[in-house]
Write a protein that binds this ligand. Structure first.
Ligand code: FE2
Ligand code: FE2
Length: 156
């Protein structure tokens, strides 16, 4: 729980930095970052229950993605935050399926979160300079990482 909060704080800070670089609303960026994993600690059953009511087709997707869909709804229904840009960014943050600037910023910040402790300075520099190109770069790196992870699982 403490680790999750530290991650969310760190993601929120990076969201603000990137929003500043690209002339966007920093407050909105902070809120998206701090709340993006609000439902990540929920158990699978609770997430499934919400998703069943929201969009049952999504239950066919990997359970690891669900907290984004449910989180977007929960901040509205549970916390009274109805900002469409924030909800959209949270909805898409797990797989990077969003195309709005805030969705790109949140996806990047989640994946490059400095508290994860790996070297990503050149990718981050690109994200600060060119949001679209940086976002595509982070997505490529993420796909490569997941491929490697799969390889490791197959080998063992
Ligand atoms: Fe997440
Ligand atoms: Fe996250």
């Amino acid at each position: 729980m403490v680790r999750r909060f530290a991650h969310s704080q760190s993601v929120a800070d990076l969201c603000v930095t990137l929003a500043q670089c690209h002339g966007m609303d920093m407050h909105r960026a902070y809120v998206a970052g701090i709340l993006h994993d609000i439902c990540k600690e929920w158990d699978k059953q609770r997430l499934a229950c919400w998703l069943k009511a929201l969009d049952p087709d999504k239950l066919n997707e990997a359970a690891a993605i669900w907290h984004g869909y449910v989180g977007a709804s929960y901040i509205s229904k549970g916390l009274g935050i109805h900002d469409k840009a924030i909800r959209t960014a949270i909805y898409h943050h797990v797989v990077g399926s969003g195309s709005t600037k805030l969705a790109m910023i949140l996806y990047i910040s989640d994946k490059l979160d400095p508290s994860r402790g790996y070297e990503c300075s050149s990718t981050l520099a690109l994200c600060k300079q060119n949001l679209r190109q940086g976002y595509e770069q982070v997505k490529r790196e993420q796909q490569e990482y997941l491929k490697k992870e799969k390889g490791i699982i197959h080998e063992s």
